[in-house]
Design a protein around this ligand. Structure first.
Ligand SMILES: [Zn+2]
Ligand SMILES: [Zn+2]
Length: 346
């Protein structure tokens, strides 16, 4: 089968690989019907994900059809359409029992798919702990609507939840890329008073506004971010700040625009160390919560998608076949042609 393989040293190639087989009773084999490229794949390519194993098939955000299940799999059957969770988790360890599935202590626990074990930028994928990692897609939900269920929508949903947004709050989201937009989409579930979206890309900000996700958009360089946020909040600052950009000075912006005692949720995956200037923030009594996602809410998200309350399908701006994915990588990595997300059909 065709598959995208991370070969180490900044190299990602499309090549032939054998189709996966069941290795454990809890495994399922999924025929991938739609897959995508995530910025985490680009981080792997850049060597910024230390756990990534060269030789692994990339892809951790995809949907498909179950073709085979191990003896111990109970919740999914061959023929089921499913969305795949970015995280594989045992469901039984200390962390899984508390919903912290990102820290599952099983050897395949946490973000393993498309990082440490073969993922879904391929025609087929093996899913360990299939009962935990696969979410059945209702018939009336399309592959495109379900594509982001297990990764960026899970991330936005988890971020919004730990952000503890109260009705009428002022929420600031730094970064209007795919995950930033999902964070805004999920923050809306908590009826904030206003969402302020901050990004250097005005096209993405306009999309956030057009889709009703952001009320106010700010561009660093054009607008004085800190002053504007303060002016909008009686001098206080934002009640919850989400840092989803991972840029050079976006961490600093995040804590500076937060009001005292705010939650600052760090969703971004940085490629460099960040400064935490404690003397400068002394007395602000901020609460920092850091990523990565605990993908524990895939079923809830699917239900919200099925009833029309969470539809991230609009993120798909580009479509191609698996055979053309290397060109897609180039467009996506270099943010050409106003790309937000690709939908790639094997
Ligand atoms: Zn991802
Ligand atoms: Zn576990």
């Amino acid at each position: 089968m065709k598959a995208v393989v991370y070969e180490g040293n900044g190299k990602v190639v499309l090549k032939e690989r054998p189709a996966p087989v069941i290795l454990d009773d809890k495994d399922a084999i999924v025929q991938v019907t739609l897959t995508t490229i995530c910025s985490s794949d680009i981080h792997i390519k850049h060597g910024a994900v230390p756990k990534a194993v060269p030789g692994t098939i990339l892809g951790h955000e995809f949907v498909g059809r179950v073709v085979e299940t191990g003896k111990a799999v109970k919740k999914v059957r061959p023929g089921d359409r499913v969305a795949v969770n970015v995280e594989t988790f045992c469901g039984e360890c200390f962390f899984c029992k508390r919903g912290f599935v990102n820290n599952c202590t099983d050897e395949h626990g946490g973000w393993a798919l498309g990082c440490r074990i073969d993922g879904g930028q391929a025609e087929y994928a093996r899913i360990p702990f299939a009962d935990n990692g696969l979410t059945v897609i209702p018939d009336h939900v399309t592959d495109e609507q379900a594509l982001f269920n297990g990764d960026i929508l899970s991330t936005g949903y988890w971020a919004a939840k730990i952000g503890e947004i109260k009705p009428a709050d002022t929420v600031a989201v730094i970064g209007a890329g795919p995950t930033g937009l999902c964070t805004m989409l999920c923050a809306r579930l908590y009826t904030p008073g206003k969402i302020i979206a901050i990004d250097t890309d005005e096209y993405r900000l306009n999309l956030a506004k057009e889709k009703g996700l952001a009320d106010i958009t700010l561009v660093p360089g054009r607008d004085n971010i800190e002053e504007t946020v303060r002016n909008m909040t009686d001098g206080r600052g934002a009640d919850t700040v989400f840092e989803v950009a991972g840029g050079q000075d976006t961490f600093q912006t995040a804590w500076m625009i937060a009001r005292p005692n705010a939650n600052v949720v760090i969703v971004a995956m940085y490629e460099e160390y960040q400064m935490l200037p404690l003397p400068d923030m002394y007395g602000k009594n901020l609460v920092f919560k850091t990523g990565g996602v605990d993908g524990s809410y895939c079923r809830e998200i699917m239900e919200l998608t099925a009833c029309g309350k969470l539809d991230a399908g609009f993120l798909i701006t580009h479509r191609c076949r698996l055979g053309e994915i290397m060109e897609a990588y180039d467009v996506f990595e270099n943010k050409r042609d106003h790309v937000i997300k690709y939908a790639v059909k094997p």
